[in-house]
Design a protein around this ligand. Structure first.
Ligand code: SAH
Length: 248
C-alpha cells in the first residue's frame, strides 16, 4: 500500500506559513506530493521555518498557473469546502474521502484540493472536482485554518492506509480499465460543447449551468479511458456529418 499518487493541491495561498505548516502535516502523515497553484508569497523563509523537517516536500513542490494544470493527469479530484454551494455536488465525509483517494491512488494519480484562506475555492474550481469533502465542525465556526484542514484530512488518509495494511478494512473499489483523467474529460467536454452549440441546444450567451451539469454527470459516472474514446468518436463523427450537411 503506498500514498505516492496522492497529491495535495493548495490554491492561491496567501500566507506562506500555511504552506510550510501544510508540508509538515503532509510529511507527518506520509504524504509527499505538494502542488502550489499561484501562491501569493512564495518561496518564503516563513514557509521554510514552519515546514521544519519537511523541507524536502517544499523543495519538490510543483508550481502551477491554475487548478486545471495541477490536476490534468489525475483521474480523481476531491475538493474541500467548509460550506455548501449553489449547484449541489456529491459531498463525502473525511473517512470516505480517504478511502476513495487511497484505493484509486494505488493505480492512478489523485488529488485533494484546498482553497484560499479568505474565500476558499471558487465555484468553477469546485466544479472541476468529482467530490467535495467537508470536515464536520462547530456550526457557529466551521472554517478551519488551511494547514489544520490539511492535517485532518491527511490523518484520515494515514489511518486508513494503516487499517488496510493490517487487514482491518478491505479494498472495495476496482475497475479493469484505467479511468479517464481530468484533461481527457475536459477535452471531450470542449468538443461536446462545440457540437451542442452547432445543433442550437446550447447558447453560450445563456448557458444555464449546462456545462457544469454535464461535467457533474460524467464525473459521477467515472468514465474510463475506453468509454471516453467512444464518446469522443461519436461527437467527432456527428460534427463531421453536421459540417457536411451544412455545406450542401
Ligand atoms: N472562508 C472560506 C474558508 C477558507 S478556509 C470559505 O468560506 O470557503 C481555507 C481552506 O481550508 C478551505 O478552502 C478548505 O480547503 C479548508 N477548510 C477549512 N475548513 C474546512 C472544513 N470544515 N471542511 C473542509 N475543508 C475546510
Amino acid at each position: 500500500m503506498h500514498l505516492d499518487n496522492i497529491r495535495i493541491v493548495l490554491v492561491n495561498t496567501s500566507h506562506p506559513g500555511n504552506i510550510g505548516a501544510a508540508a509538515r502535516a503532509m510529511k507527518n502523515m506520509g504524504l509527499s506530493k505538494l502542488y502550489l497553484v499561484t501562491p501569493k508569497d512564495y518561496p518564503s523563509g516563513v514557509a521554510i521555518g514552519r515546514a521544519s523537517s519537511a523541507l524536502d516536500i517544499l523543495d519538490n513542490a510543483v508550481l502551477c498557473e491554475d487548478l486545471t494544470e495541477a490536476i490534468a493527469d489525475c483521474s480523481l479530484v476531491v475538493g474541500t469546502s467548509a460550506r455548501s454551494r449553489r449547484i449541489p455536488w456529491p459531498v463525502v465525509d473525511p473517512g470516505t474521502c480517504a478511502k476513495k483517494l487511497v484505493e484509486e491512488g494505488q493505480q492512478q494519480k489523485v488529488a485533494l484540493v484546498f482553497g484560499r484562506e479568505d474565500r476558499g475555492l471558487s465555484n468553477e474550481e469546485l466544479q472541476l472536482c468529482h467530490f467535495h469533502v467537508q470536515i464536520a465542525a462547530n456550526p457557529e465556526y466551521s472554517s478551519l485554518n488551511l494547514a489544520a484542514a490539511v492535517m485532518v484530512l491527511s490523518h484520515e488518509i494515514y489511518q486508513l492506509k494503516e487499517q488496510l495494511e493490517e487487514g482491518n478494512q478491505e479494498v472495495t473499489e476496482s475497475w479493469d480499465n484505467d479511468l479517464a483523467t481530468v484533461a481527457e474529460v475536459e477535452t471531450y467536454l470542449e468538443h461536446l460543447e462545440q457540437m451542442l452549440i452547432q445543433i442550437d441546444f446550447h447558447d453560450p450567451e445563456n448557458p444555464r449551468h449546462l456545462m457544469p451539469r454535464l461535467r457533474r454527470l460524467y464525473n459521477r459516472v467515472r468514465v474510463d479511458k475506453m468509454e471516453i474514446n467512444i464518446l469522443h468518436g461519436i461527437v467527432s463523427e456527428t460534427r463531421k456529418m453536421l459540417n457536411k450537411l451544412s455545406k450542401k
